[in-house]
Design a protein around this ligand. Structure first.
Ligand SMILES: *Cc1c(COP(=O)(O)O)cnc(C)c1O
Length: 463
């Protein structure tokens, strides 16, 4: 789709609607003439060049990419009206779009009933889920794996509840024996499971944790902020298909969070929280009977902790979902390409003499490190950092990210490495753009070259 054409159509569509209300005089205090704007705009676009090319397949670093053009048009068009999804009165159209988009997310996760809404981020979405968890299990803590997002520990502090980090196994997933040991104490009221950790994309075994949670009478919240849309690849044909167990089990959990601003093609400002039991809406209110929440008309401001929220976010998500629905045939194809890219690169690294996989990717996040002599954590750390820096400043640039791997986690995966430090930075590439699929060979060749160059530079005596 032609972004310029549709942005033009957007301004016309809103202007035509505005004109039906009759003419009015804009106030001189807000008038800006085009020449002055032009000068400022020049400076503005110049300053925006201080960025990394998140859109380009040569950017294979953090979980960043621009939104889909449909989301941009949806956001900008609605923003010209600027509805506030805090309340139905703030924007009836976008409040309805929010409800429909959230219902599509509920269907994706297999929830048969739900109460949910968009949030400005995964952080706030998780805060809401933990807030409801605290109301249901007052005085009991929250368990999450030590590889879970740091927000869980922090939000437990905000909510005044005790957080219990649980050790992970050698693939970065919550250790179920350690979890059960903790549940036996009775101190925990809620378990957070992460389907796709932010660092490595490790998927906690939701299907195996659920029976434990049931046995000990604890709630289960799934943090699928990063990985939620990978549900669309559960049991899919082809190399991108994921083992369905953990993903299908989300349908039986109490709440789930997903970030459309990560894998849902949206601009920042779009998270979502969904509860399976609509009755939890009562915790958001002081005095309204819960039956209110089973009525057809959801008042979004009364079921969320945030007040003002961009209706434009809901508009962007709704419009995107009309074109690329959260179904295997829609958004699933986008995620499938990134997943295949990760698998393909993992195979290239496995066959490489200069790079080694940290662990096999479960989703589309690749973790790897340079082979160094002698094989020490210190050597891996400095070489990884050099590859990252040299890659960005090269005339044929490649953008990666680093991840700090702790000593115990590293040696659990690679016992032969000499653990001469507390940990090491390793290289990490999030392949969340479908375009990555056709650039993996180039990326791999570039990173191998960068690793080789660092080796040669180190072997050369100082002059
Ligand atoms: C990104 C992320 C969060 C935090 O979400 P924001 O949208 O960045 O606030 C929480 N949990 C996981 C697993 C994430 O990947």
């Amino acid at each position: 789709m032609d972004l310029q054409r549709w942005l033009g159509r957007a301004t016309h569509a809103i202007q035509d609607w505005a004109d039906t209300f009759g003419p009015y005089q804009p106030h001189p205090s807000v008038l800006v003439d085009d020449d002055r704007f032009g000068a400022v705009f020049e400076e503005f676009t110049g300053r925006l060049k201080d960025n990394y090319p998140f859109f380009h397949p040569h950017y294979a670093g953090q979980m960043l990419k621009p939104p889909h053009p449909a989301a941009v048009v949806g956001y900008l068009t609605a923003m010209l009206i600027n509805p506030n999804n805090h309340a139905l009165d703030g924007g009836p159209a976008t409040a309805r779009m929010e409800r429909e988009a959230v219902a599509q997310l509920a269907t994706m996760f297999g929830f048969d009933t739900h109460l949910g809404h968009l949030t400005t981020s995964g952080t706030i979405a998780n805060l809401e889920a933990l807030f409801v968890a605290r109301e249901l299990h007052p005085g009991r803590g929250v368990a999450y794996s030590e590889d879970a997002h740091y927000t869980h520990g922090r939000m437990c502090g905000v909510l005044g509840i005790k957080g219990h980090p649980v050790r992970t196994d050698s693939r970065g997933r919550i250790d179920l024996d350690a979890l059960e040991e903790l549940l036996r104490t009775g101190d925990v009221g809620t378990v957070v499971l992460t389907t796709g950790t932010t660092g490595l994309g490790a998927v906690d075994p939701v299907d195996h944790a659920l029976p434990l949670a049931e046995r000990y009478g604890v709630r289960v919240h799934v943090d699928a902020a990063y990985g939620g849309f990978f549900t669309l690849l559960a049991g899919a044909d082809g190399p991108e298909g994921l083992p369905p167990g953990p993903w299908r089990a989300i349908a039986r959990c109490d709440s789930v969070v997903v970030d459309p601003h990560k894998h849902g093609l949206q601009p920042y400002g779009c998270g979502a929280v969904l509860f399976r039991d609509p009755e939890v809406g009562r915790f958001y209110l002081h005095d309204s009977p819960y039956t209110y929440f089973t009525s057809a008309e959801l008042h979004l401001g009364e079921i969320s902790l945030e007040c003002s929220r961009a209706g434009a976010s809901a508009a962007a998500l709704w419009l995107t979902f009309q074109l690329l629905a959260p179904t295997p045939e829609g958004l699933g194809r986008v995620l499938g390409a990134g997943r295949r890219a990760a698998l393909q690169w993992a195979d290239l690294i496995t066959a490489s003499d200069v790079l080694e996989l940290y662990q096999r990717p479960e989703l589309d996040i690749l973790s790897y490190f340079p082979v160094v002599e002698p094989a020490t954590l210190t050597g891996i750390d400095t070489t990884s950092a050099r590859i990252l820096a040299n890659g960005m400043s090269s005339p044929d640039p490649v953008f990666l990210s680093t991840l700090k791997a702790g000593r115990a986690a590293f040696t659990a995966r690679h016992p032969k490495i000499t653990a001469d430090a507390e940990g090491a930075r390793i290289l990490r590439s999030v392949l969340m753009k479908p375009e990555s699929e056709h650039y993996v060979e180039h990326l791999h060749a570039r990173v191998e070259q960068l690793a080789d160059d660092v080796r040669v530079a180190e072997a050369r005596p100082c002059l």
